[in-house]
Design a protein around this ligand. Structure first.
Ligand SMILES: N[C@@H](CCC(=O)N[C@@H](CS)C(=O)NCC(=O)O)C(=O)O
Length: 116
């Protein structure tokens, strides 16, 4: 597997942590950012991800992008240790919490939902 990532990208941290927890050996391709240049994207990024964003995971012929989808892919590809709970309601709650953390951390309702 090969992960296109940046250490400056919190979205990249998600698959990096998951791959560490699952002890998945992988290559990395640094996608750099500097104040002067912005993102320095490798030529192939637009072919791998039409959004031209990182993280992107390449696993043989499979190309997966979007950090949340990469996490789900990794959990199915390498089931142990599991990232998601086993019970269906808990899996849904896990997705809700992940969505809140990803998309709406400052919304007033978010704290209540997390603490519920
Ligand atoms: N929804 C995406 C967001 C990814 C994202 O926004 N990545 C940023 C780096 S943190 C990026 O590649 N930005 C470059 C660009 O949009 O041109 C995910 O969860 O992976």
């Amino acid at each position: 597997m090969k992960l296109y990532y940046s250490p400056l990208s919190v979205y990249s941290a998600k698959p990096r942590i998951a791959m560490f927890e699952k002890a998945i050996a992988h290559e990395t391709q640094l996608v750099n950012w500097t104040p002067a240049t912005g993102w320095i994207k490798p030529e192939e990024l637009s072919r791998l991800n039409p959004k031209e964003q990182i993280p992107v995971l390449v696993d043989g012929d499979a190309v997966i992008y979007d950090s949340t989808i990469i996490l789900e892919y990794l959990d199915e590809r390498v089931p142990n240790p599991a990232l998601f709970p086993t019970r269906v309601p808990e899996r849904a709650r896990c997705r809700i919490l992940e969505d809140l953390a990803r998309a709406q951390p400052r919304r007033a309702g978010a704290r209540g939902a997390v603490e519920a």
